[in-house]
Design a binder for this molecule. Structure first.
Ligand code: NAD
Length: 415
């Protein structure tokens, strides 16, 4: 993923003739924090875990976003994901920089109480490397509102009593009732759906009867499917870590979601679809492909098989540089991650504002604000696509990096 983000950055920096001095700054990550911390497991044994927090750039505001729990997470991934966050927050016009991190572990191997102790000890180990006006984590792969509740409680408990409530915005994506935002759970999926809808509208088409396949049926995959199916699009293929399902007549999103709930989120065993091999997934005949799982899923090995006309990147970094070039040659449109899944960080921004101002926003208000913001970013990017006859990722990167370059030029470099 790190190679991918650097190749994307270099392409844009060359295209816009980015100031070489600013280029040096943006190529580097500001802070790379690695912590090794002990946790007592249910067996009574101690295990040492490794956690990461990479802070790429904060020229536009505090470092922001996800913590993921995954066995493959390493410093290179965290650097790439942090850099994507810098571009994403810049593109969305938010007052944030970019960060990412997490713990290298497979959460399925631990009990809930072990996960709570791991999360709290990780928060303690990060200490003041995070902070509500400095670096504000949020959920990502295998972390959720419960994880955020543990982090905020641990962080606030370490502060003097008189300061605790002033630190509520240490994380976003908290449960509603613990300072969370109504609608933050669906904000990423809603944004992915809206980008797809707007793209079809720009082609004078609508979603009714369009078929889609989705890789990953977690937070992003489920909510995207939910909103798409409400507008008449038909889910025909879905893949997660455990299985790949196909039904050319359509898979009912609500039924599949209910099937997953008691099975730790797994789609395996769903009766109203046929299980196919994982290799068949990307080659399925459909209108829209939504990668909503991990990075580097679409590469030169499978890009030539893809039949979709539109790829909407719910996941971060799902398409590598070579894969993308094959897709663009084949005239397949890609709505890039930094635009497509930015509903999540926009929702996070709303939650942060709500906590900072001691306000409570209602769901309808949140969804309206989110929609307005996403339409604005989509339209601005579309204008660059049309004016310059370029692909959507190039346009989004140009907007994001130009904004940061402008700020560096205005402020200069200290001292
Ligand atoms: P999640 O943990 O809720 O769900 C992940 C899903 O992906 C699960 O269904 C899992 O089984 C599946 N999966 C994992 N590895 C897979 C593989 N190799 N092949 C097929 N399926 C696989 O995670 P999420 O929050 O939905 O995040 C999904 C992606 O979206 C990530 O790339 C994340 O960085 C990105 N994202 C998430 C948010 C957010 O608000 N949660 C915001 C922006 C971007």
């Amino acid at each position: 993923m790190y190679n991918t983000v650097m190749q994307q950055f270099t392409k844009t920096a060359d295209a816009i003739k980015l100031d070489p001095e600013i280029r040096k700054i943006l190529e580097a990550t500001t802070n790379e924090i690695v912590v090794h911390f002990p946790v007592k497991l249910d067996s009574g044994k101690i295990k040492i875990f490794t956690g990461y927090r990479v802070q790429h750039n904060n020229v536009l505001g505090p470092y922001k976003e996800g913590l993921r729990y995954h066995p493959s997470l390493n410093i290179g991934d965290a650097k790439a994901l942090a850099m994507w966050m810098t571009w994403k927050t810049s593109l969305a016009g938010l007052p944030y920089g970019g960060a990412k991190g997490g713990i290298q572990l497979d959460p399925r191997e631990y009990s809930l109480s072990e996960l709570e102790r791991i999360t709290r000890r990780f928060t303690y180990a990060l200490g003041d490397n995070i902070g509500p006006e400095y670096d504000i984590p949020a959920p990502d792969v295998n972390t959720n509102e419960q994880t955020m509740a543990w982090i905020s409680d641990t962080y606030m408990s370490a502060k003097p009593s008189s300061e605790r409530s002033r630190n509520k915005h240490i994380v976003t994506g908290k449960p509603v009732g613990s300072g969370g935002l109504e609608g933050r759970d669906r904000s990423t999926g809603f944004g992915v759906f809206l980008n797809i809808k707007l793209w079809y509208e720009s082609q004078n088409e609508n979603l009714d009867g369009k078929t889609f396949i989705v890789q990953g049926f977690g937070n992003v995959g489920y909510w995207t499917s939910y909103f798409l199916s409400k507008e008449g699009a038909i889910l025909i293929g879905v893949q997660d870590t455990h299985a790949t399902l196909y039904n050319k007549n359509g898979i009912d999103v609500a039924n599949l979601h209910n099937h997953c709930k008691p099975r730790k989120g797994s789609i395996k065993g769903y009766a109203d679809a046929r299980e196919i091999t994982s290799e068949e997934f990307f080659g399925l005949e459909c209108n829209i492909l939504i990668p909503a799982a991990m990075g580097n899923q679409i590469t030169c090995d499978n890009a030539h098989k893809i039949k979709a006309e539109l790829i909407a990147e719910g996941a971060n970094g799902p398409t590598d540089f070579e894969g993308e070039s094959i897709l663009l040659d084949r005239k397949i449109t890609i709505i890039p991650d930094i635009l497509c899944n930015s509903g999540g960080v926009i929702g996070s921004y709303f939650e942060w504002l709500q906590n900072r101002n001691g306000e409570i926003w209602h769901l309808e208000e949140v969804m309206l604000k989110l929609e307005k913001k996403m339409i604005e970013v989509f339209k601005k990017t579309e204008l660059i696509v049309k004016e310059n006859h370029i692909d959507w990722r190039s346009a989004a990167y140009i907007m994001a990096i130009t904004r940061i370059e402008t700020v560096y030029r205005q402020r200069g470099i200290f001292p």
